[in-house]
Design a protein around this ligand. Sequence first.
Ligand code: NAD
Length: 291
Amino acid sequence: MTTVAFIGLGNMGSGMADNLVKNGFNVVAFDLSEAALAKAKDAGCAIAQSTQEAVSNADIVVTMLPAGKHVMDIYTSQILDNVGGNTLLIDCSTIDVETANKVSELAASKELQMLDAPVSGGIAAAAGGTLTFMVGGDKEAFEKAQGVLGAMGKKIVHAGGHGAGQAAKICNNMLLGATMIATCESFQLATKLGLDAQVFFDIASNASGQTWSMTSYCPVKGVGPQSPADNDFAGGFASALMLKDLGLAMQGAKGVDAQVPMGELAAKWFEMHCEEGNSSMDFSSIINRLA
Ligand code: NAD
C-alpha cells in the first residue's frame, strides 16, 4: 500500500486527504490545528505528532498550505532532511513562482523529485475529488504522480518544468479576476442603459463578449446558471483568495518585467473590495462595487 504523508488539512486539504483514504492510500496526516487532525482521524487518516514524523516513512508527501512562506519553512526545516531518497514531493498550495522554484531546486540538490501542483476548483471540488491539477516538474515525476493526483482530481495537466504549475494557476486567475470585473461592469452599464439583464445575458453569452464569468458563473442573481449570486454571494471562491492570487500574479509579473495593466487594476479593485469587508464573499460580489 502506498503511504502518503498529507500536511495541511484545512478547507482544501481535509477533503483531499479524505479522497486519498477512500482510494486505498495509507494516509499519515499532520496539521497544526487539533480540530483539523480530529477530522482527519475520523476520515480514516493515521495521525502524526509532527511533520517530520508524518513524512519519515512516506512514499509520497502532499502539502496543502496557506502561502509560500509556510511552504519554504516546512520543506527546509522539516521535510527535505527527513524523507527517504525515493519519496515524491508534491506541493498543491497556491504560492509564488519564485518560492516554488527555490523549493524545487533545494529538493533537486538532495536528489529528490518535486512537483508544484496547484489546483483549480474550490472546497466542493476538493471534497468531491474533482479538482484540476496544474503540474510543474519533470515528466518522470509527473507520471509517478498520476495515481495520487487522480485520486483527488479529475484533470491533471502537465504545464511544464518546475514552477510552471504555479505560473499557469496565477495567469489563469489573473485572467479570471479581470474578466469577472469586466463582466460585472458590462451588466451594470447595460442595466443603466435600460437593457434587461436577462436579455443582455442572452445576447452577450452568444456574442463576442462571452466570458466564463458570464456563462458559467454569472454575477447577476436569477440570470444564467446557478451561481453564488443566487445565494447572496455566500460560498464559492472568496474575494480574499482572488486578491491573494492577483498579488501572486503581480509579484510574478514584476519578477519578469511583464506588463499586466488589467491584472493591476483587478488587484486594486479586489483590494478595495476586501478592505470594505467583503473578503469572505464570493469574488463575483465585486458587482456590488459597480452599482
Ligand atoms: P486553510 O487555511 O483552510 O488550510 C491550511 C492548513 O494548513 C490549515 O489547517 C493550517 O493549520 C495548516 N498549516 C499551516 N501551517 C502549517 C504547518 N507549519 N504545519 C502543518 N500545518 C500547517 O487553506 P485552504 O483554503 O485549505 O487553502 C490551501 C491552499 O490552497 C492555499 O494555498 C490556497 O490559496 C489554495 N486554494 C484554495 C482554494 C479554496 O477555495 N479554499 C481553492 C484553490 C486553491
